[in-house]
Write a protein that binds this ligand. Structure first.
Ligand SMILES: Nc1ncnc2c1ncn2[C@@H]1O[C@H](COP(=O)(O)OP(=O)(O)O)[C@@H](O)[C@H]1O
Ligand SMILES: [Mg+2]
Length: 194
């Protein structure tokens, strides 16, 4: 690759193998890759919002990631095959996702929490599993918004900034996720609708 990818605090570095999956070969600057990736994501979002699908479904979860990143990364829609500084052991991903989807179905059926809290907990667990080599934040936030929409609710505002770039808002988001890691969801609940 002709340039080094820069990572904001809390973003997952890619392995060499994953970097080789970069589809556009003509990029010379990181900003170009961001722009390309963003166009890909817009197309994925358009695809997702124009369809009424079952959201809590393993095939859909992968398909959404594929649609968001299919022109950017050859491994779009495919779970990790290596470990990261965040996320579960890669061999556990499928079973952890399976459990998550079942648990959220159960929580909704039994109204274990309000829908906003169910969606917030879903986002936290999905990004904690970190199923994909990259794009987990953006994918799991969109999954959460699609789930809310499916339930007739407004999507979250997520701090109203692009959370991929470093900012105070992103720092607050990461801090809120880390509190959720310790079982306290209040800060994340405040954040998602801020
Ligand atoms: N320390 C952390 N604890 C929990 N989650 C984190 C942490 N750092 C980052 N994350 C989550 O991981 C995401 C970054 O992972 P990544 O796969 O690079 O997604 P994206 O490429 O969409 O930003 C963040 O948006 C956030 O949701
Ligand atoms: Mg990333």
């Amino acid at each position: 690759m002709a340039f080094e990818i820069e990572y904001p605090l809390g973003a997952t570095p890619l392995s060499e193998e994953e970097k080789e999956g970069l589809i556009p070969k003509h990029m010379t600057h990181h900003a170009e890759l961001n722009e390309w990736e963003q166009l890909n994501i817009y197309k994925g979002e358009e695809w997702a919002w124009s369809r009424n699908r079952e959201i809590l479904n393993l095939a859909y979860l992968k398909q959404l990631h594929e649609r968001m990143f299919d022109r950017t990364w050859s491994w779009a829609g495919t779970f990790r095959h290596s470990d990261k500084n965040i996320g579960v052991d890669w061999t556990q991903i499928s079973s952890r996702i399976y459990d998550l989807l079942n648990d959220v179905e159960y929580q909704m059926e039994h109204q274990s929490f309000g829908m906003v809290e169910i969606a917030t907990r879903f986002h936290h667990r999905l990004v904690f599993i970190h199923p994909f080599p990259n794009g987990n934040g953006r994918h799991s936030r969109l999954m959460t918004d699609l789930l809310l929409h499916k339930m007739g609710l407004e999507r979250f505002t997520w701090g109203r900034v692009n959370l991929v770039n470093p900012s105070d808002t992103r720092n607050e988001y990461i801090a809120a996720l880390q509190e959720a890691d310790r079982g306290d969801y209040q800060r994340l609940l405040n954040f998602v609708n801020s």
